[in-house]
Design a protein around this ligand. Sequence first.
Ligand SMILES: [Zn+2]
Length: 522
Amino acid sequence: MTDDYGRRMAIMDPVDRPISDEHRADVDRARVALLDPSMAHIVDMVLEADGTEYLASSAEGSVRFTAGAAGSGWDISVVAVEGENPVAHQAAGHLAPLDAERADPAPTRDQNSYPMAYEQVVQLFDSPAAPDLVAIHTGAHNWEDQGGHRGEHGSIGVVQARAPFVIAGAGVRQEGMVASACSVVDIAPTVLALLGAEPTTGVARNGSRRDDAYLARQDGDVLDEVLDGSAPEHVVGFLIDGTNANVLHDMVARGEAPNIARLMEMGSTFGHGAISALPTVTLANHTSILTGCFPGHHGILHNAWYDRRRGEQIITNSPAHWMTSMQHLSPEVESLYSAVKRHFPGSLAVSINEPCDAGADYSIFELFRTGAEIPTAPPTAELPDATERFVRPSKDYKTASKIDHTSVDQACGIWSGHYRGTEWPVPKFTWVNFTLTDAAFHEGGPYSDIAAASVHDTDARIGRVLEAVEASGAWDRTAFFVTADHGMQESDPSCTGNWADALDESGVDYRDEGYSFIYVNP
Ligand SMILES: [Zn+2]
């Protein structure tokens, strides 16, 4: 089944919008404007679907490709290359470990790598809400008019896409650091297989039926290579938002993150990380981790996008919209919480400080939605595990430290068995989302003291949750994982600019949503 643009439709309704030669000509003009040499310092490449084909273009060349179905996956065929293929390099292990990354902090396209680049494009354009063009910014680009963060993400370049992934404890093999990568969509099916769930029928990434699915729709695959075949009774997952994997591995090696080090010693670490899905932004990838599906399939397409059918801008990743963001989750997608409860009836699934909470038994966002009393943090001066040097001067550091402190309180409270006047059984699945790292890595960049302090503080908070698991007596029957939703790259403060200048000059009518999704003639 294809939509009016000839895109293969997986699970969503087709877009009801004719494609005219005039529209095609306007899309072409917008692409040419974005790839103008004057934009080359900020525009790395432009991605799009063109009929039944996909196109990735840069100022130096382009690649056109198709994606047929093969088993549960896609069979990618390159149809044509003109000039240089912008996504020719796709090695996930490129620019790792940290010294390799730091030797080339702003890699140009020929020095960069774009893991899973073809799949990144295909999944996104499966969504009827996909834009006409996705502009991928360069590694060096400093978004001056979006706050000018020293650390940036959002692109499919390896440093921005590479999140850490550590898995450890009962049922997990002790392989140490392995020189391989996985995808964020592999995590949810791996957790279910680890817990001993039985696979059944589901929908694969290519839209076909698969008989080895743990989730109703499952784009990812079980990481069998790190499982020992025994099933733990509980899994606790930690998300450390926006943490650069190389920086984390380096801090662990230097003894700066002893609790994550403990987990790494007990289990297996993907040295090349978990590759975040396009767009490599927060809620799209929290949802990918917690559904086993790519953004183009689970429906949380970006921080903001445009729904042409309704003529409406959709915003999900902002404090005003987190609470209700899951209304945009595709009904055909199953959350990890729901899948845990389906496979293990009567079990408890807990979601701490996570907007993607569909199906969870406990979630602070549910407390917000129902107007219940919300856990509060102590005064700043009494905040444990918070590096004072940054709490005082940085508002973001202070706010995120307080939020993460309350997350520890909630997780430890529930694991203690008594919390909020309720008795809690030991959760089958616990998810704890820590936000401080993202705030600090943005503020100072991945190699800054503030970023290191945020990892140190967050590691201490993880340690408190580990202590609560030990105190429950369930340690030997519990597995753990640590991941993030995207990587973080050091931007160059002198590399500024906005592609809106080029698009405005082209005269094309457009919307730029989430700063990269270009809708032509909206
Ligand atoms: Zn994030």
